[in-house]
Design a protein around this ligand. Structure first.
Ligand code: ZN
Length: 256
């Protein structure tokens, strides 16, 4: 009886609303365009977990545009042994989910975080996304300074000359937006990098040199510092990094 009555009420309501002038109840409202629809973001999670088991491969020299450097390095770790590669991978995964949720297409420079894998080399990382004209590249790292009290983040971009003269302005803009987003999220600028402004300019990194798009490398913190390490190894901390880095990318893309 109750169900019959309910069905009757629903039928009446349905008829009524369908009869309303201009009723669009049967047509879902048009979805607002996702804010990053059509954008391509390359995320480069630094190193690979298995690099230390493949030293012959990662020590091989590759051309980085202005010289030769090893294919890759093992990356650093916390004093307790938590690897930089795993930190970078987990932040990258969180960033990927967020960026895809905003409509962006995300390209990762490595497919997994595994002790069985090595690389890719820095030249491959540097060129990744060039062929599809990606809009921005962000390379995620953790630093390994043994200097007493060294902590905080810094954002690296390539200089206004040589290979990177054509991407300098865009990369600097991305660097400033990334620094601002990390600052707003409460992360401290590195106190051990020259200048203390949370920025560094380098011409010796293949990941930056060979990229045709706005590209930054973020040293999120110093894994050899206890407070930074605690932040970088916790799910909460990794979520905070990912959220801030995505905000930096969004700020950069919003202005373009
Ligand atoms: Zn690194």
């Amino acid at each position: 009886m109750v169900s019959t009555l309910l069905a009757l009420v629903l039928a009446v309501v349905g008829t009524f609303s369908a009869d309303l002038p201009g009723a669009v109840a049967s047509t879902p409202p048009a979805r607002a365009a996702a804010p990053l629809a059509g954008r391509i973001v390359v995320i480069d999670p630094g190193h690979q977990l298995g690099n230390s088991r493949h030293l012959a491969q990662i020590d091989r020299l590759v051309w980085i545009g202005n010289g030769r450097k090893p294919c890759n390095t093992t990356g650093t770790a916390t004093h307790a042994g938590y690897p930089e590669a795993t930190f970078a991978w987990r932040v990258a995964q969180r960033m990927k989910r967020r960026l895809e949720g905003l409509g962006a297409r995300v390209i990762l420079t490595r497919p997994a975080n595994s002790t069985a894998l090595w690389g890719p080399c820095v030249d491959v990382r540097g060129r990744r996304g060039n062929a599809v004209h990606a809009d921005a590249k962000i390379s995620i790292h953790g630093d390994g300074s043994y200097a007493a009290g060294a902590h905080g983040f810094h954002v690296i971009y390539a200089p206004d000359n040589g290979l990177t003269a054509d991407t300098y302005r865009a990369s600097r803009a991305l660097a400033l937006d990334t620094r601002a987003a990390l600052g707003r999220a409460g992360f401290a600028r590195a106190n051990y990098v020259a200048g203390g402004d949370g920025l560094d300019v380098r011409s010796d990194l293949g990941t930056l040199n060979l990229s045709d798009m706005a590209t930054v490398m973020v040293e999120c913190g110093n894994m050899r510092n206890a407070a930074d390490a605690a932040r970088m190894t916790s799910a909460h901390g990794q979520r905070r990094y990912a959220r801030a880095l995505v905000r930096g990318v969004r700020s950069y893309l919003a202005a373009r």
